[in-house]
Design a protein around this ligand. Sequence first.
Ligand code: GLC
Length: 429
Amino acid sequence: MPLLQLLNRFLVKHWRQSQLWRRLSLLVIFVFGVVLAIGPVFSQQTVTLKLLMTAPDAPPWNNVMVKQFEEKYPRIKLQIVEGPNATNLVEDLYTSAFLLGDSPYDLINMDVIWTPKFAAAGWLMDLTDEFSQAELAVFSSPDVEGGRYQDRLYRLPVRSDAGMLYYRKDLLEKAGYQPPQTFEELVKISRDIQQKGLARWGYLWQGRQYEGAAAMFVEVLQGFGGFWVNPETLEVGLDKPEAIQAIQFLLGTVSQGVSPPGVTTYMEEDTRRIFQSGEAVFLRSWPYVWPLANADNSPIKGKVGIMPLIPSQGHQGGSCLGGWGLGISKTTQHPKEALQAIRFVTSQAAQKNFILEAGYVPSRKELFADPQVLAKYRYYPELLKVVQKAVLRPSIAQYAQASDILQRYLSAALTNQQTPEAAMESCRE
Ligand code: GLC
C-alpha cells in the first residue's frame, strides 16, 4: 500500500478516536501551512552588502557598478558608504571597524597597498581556492600580485592605476615646445610659459602629508635612480643621495615659483581643480583626471595631453602602481553573495562600463585594446605598458607605519621644517 494512503488511514483512525489527536493534527497542518506560506519570503529576503570607499570613487560605483549589479541580482543590494578623500583615512576607518570586532562591512574595497596588513591581521577571507589560474590570467599581473599575501589570494583587482603626467598641448604649441622628456626640461618650459604670461603655474603635484604624497614621491625617487625599500633585502634607501636630490627637485619647483607654495597641502582633487581651471601647464595625477578635464564643462576640454612620468636627465622614469580591488570580510554573514558581487564587478562587461564612465585604468588586460575603450581613451595601449612596469610601494605588512613615517618626514622637508638630509635620516630610525 502506498505510503500516503497508509498515512491517511492512520490519521482518519486516530482523528475519530481522540480529541488530542485531532488537535495535534490541526496544529501540524497549521504549522506546515505557515512554513509553506512564508518560507519563500524568507529565502528571497534581500541581502545588503556594505562597503566603504573614498568619496571620489563613490559616484562611478553608484552610477555603474551598483546599478548593473542590482539589475542582475535584485535580491542583493550594494550599499556604498562614502568615506574621506584620502586612501589612508579610509584605511583607518576599516582598521578601526575590524579592531572593534564585527566589521559592519561585508566587502572591503582595498587600495593595492593594504592587502599584506589586512591579510596578516586575519581580517580577510582567503579567496585562493575560489579563482583558477585561468581566471586570474586575464588580469594584469601586478594587480593580481597586489592582492596576494604569502602566496594566498585575498583581493581581486577591480581597477588598476598608474601615475601620469598631464600637459597643456595648446600652451606648449603656442610657446613652441614638444612635451618634456626630463624634469629639468619640465621646469624650463614651465618658467618660460609662465614668463610669457600664458599660465600662472608650471607644475602641480600632491605634497600634503598623506598617502598620495608617498605615491608621488616614489615616482620622483625612481626618476632620480633612488628607491624606498628594496623588496629583496628590505634595505631602506631614503637617506641615499638620490632621495635627497628627489626632495631638492620638489623644493626647487616651489622656490622657483613653478609650483604654487600651497602644493605642500594639496591632494589629488586640489591639484585637478587648479589644472582644470586652466591655471597650470603640467599636472602629475592618475588617469581619472582625463574624462573630467575633457568634460563638456571643462575650460581645458580637448587641450590636454597625457604621457608616462618623466625622470631627471640620465635616469628612467616610473609611474607608481595604484589601484583598487575587493576582498571579503571574514566576519560577513553573506560570503556567498559577496563572492557573487566580486565576480560581477571584476567581469569584463561591468569593468568596461566602469572604465568608460570614469576613465579608470582596467585591471583586465583585454580592455586596454577594446575598440570602445580606445575610441574614448586612445592612449590606453601605452598605459598598459606603464602599468606593467610601474613602481610598487613596499609590499609589507607594516606598510601603513612605513608610509606614515615617510609622509611625516617628507612633509617636514617639503615645508622647510627640516633639511632633506635630516628628514630622511629620521625615516631610518
Ligand atoms: C589612487 C591610487 C591609490 C593611491 C592613492 C593615493 O587612488 O589608486 O593606489 O594609494 O591614489 O592618493
